[in-house]
Write a protein that binds this ligand. Structure first.
Ligand SMILES: [Zn+2]
Length: 290
């Protein structure tokens, strides 16, 4: 299941407001963003910093207005949310830096992509892996009737240990990132971000096959191996980030397909967005904004 996000109005739920943190048991819980607000806010294009966006659920056609992305009450207290926040800040800075690396060029509507692997370094081994595990833990902790809820089985407890109790990353869990070429090709400026996608789950690989989860933020798709034995050949070996400081991200034409349904989703929400942001756009045109 996936949604293209621009925002969700929260449902007030008094039971959730007094529920205990799923990690430490403390009360109260807070409104925990499922995807970090920083990744959601960057899809607004300066100077329209207060622009609204839309969350679209392709399976149901349901649309929701959004300001800072979806959040869930009743799963995390402020302290435990803050632990994830530190991983998320580092991930945001890393992804922003990697998006500025040239992977091709655009001439009018044509894109020329240099497929391959691109080196980068991380300061702390496995920090990005913990970030990715945290995102999946949050989506798996939402109520099962939520459209973006995912089932990750034993990985829910495993990822909790990885994110909050300092557990080592087991061999079965690994992460690689791939530049989202649909984002690159279908929109005007490859350095900007136009959408994000909540996690999906499926079996992926060529000669091997593993259960993976993936989600898209910041112009990249993040793939996570869900505690599966053996090396996955879904990405070049050097792209798997577990245990490395010297990493590589992948650039492959196949990535155009991963989020191509976004084209339809954006078409379905275009009129709503125009209506929501009418006042902001009018101010922008008349230069009332800086
Ligand atoms: Zn807590």
């Amino acid at each position: 299941m996936r949604g293209c996000y621009a925002d969700g109005m929260p449902k007030m739920n008094n039971d959730a407001a007094i529920s205990a943190c799923l990690v430490c048991g403390e009360r109260p819980t807070i409104r925990a963003h499922l995807l970090p607000e920083s990744f959601v806010r960057e899809i607004f294009h300066k100077p329209k910093a207060d622009e609204k966006h839309m969350i679209f659920h392709p399976e149901t056609g349901r649309k929701q207005q959004s300001n800072t992305g979806r959040f869930e009450r009743g799963i995390l207290c402020a302290k435990c949310d803050g632990v994830l926040g530190r991983y998320e800040d580092l991930a945001f800075r890393l992804i922003t830096r990697l998006r500025s690396i040239t992977v091709g060029r655009k001439l009018g509507t044509q894109s020329f992509i240099n497929a391959g692997t691109y080196p980068f370094r991380v300061a702390v081994v496995d920090e990005f892996v913990r970030f990715a595990c945290g995102i999946l833990w949050k989506y798996s902790s939402t109520p099962t009737d939520e459209p973006s809820h995912i089932e990750i089985g034993e990985c829910q407890a495993l990822f909790e240990n990885i994110c909050w109790h300092g557990a080592a990353i087991p061999e079965g869990v690994d992460v690689f990132i791939e530049r989202d070429l649909f984002s690159f090709a279908a929109f005007t400026d490859p350095s900007q971000v136009y959408y994000y996608c909540s996690p999906s789950i499926g079996r992926r690989g060529h000669r091997t096959s593993h259960d993976l989860a993936w989600f898209s933020i910041g112009g990249f798709t993040i793939y996570v191996k869900l505690n599966q034995p053996g090396l996955s050949d879904f990405a070049p070996k050097k792209c798997w980030m577990r245990g490395r400081k010297a990493c590589h991200f992948n650039v492959a034409i196949r990535s155009i397909e991963v989020n191509s349904s976004m084209h339809e989703s954006i078409g379905m929400t275009r009129d709503d967005l125009a209506r929501l942001n009418k006042g902001i756009h009018a101010k922008y045109r008349s230069s009332q904004l800086p």
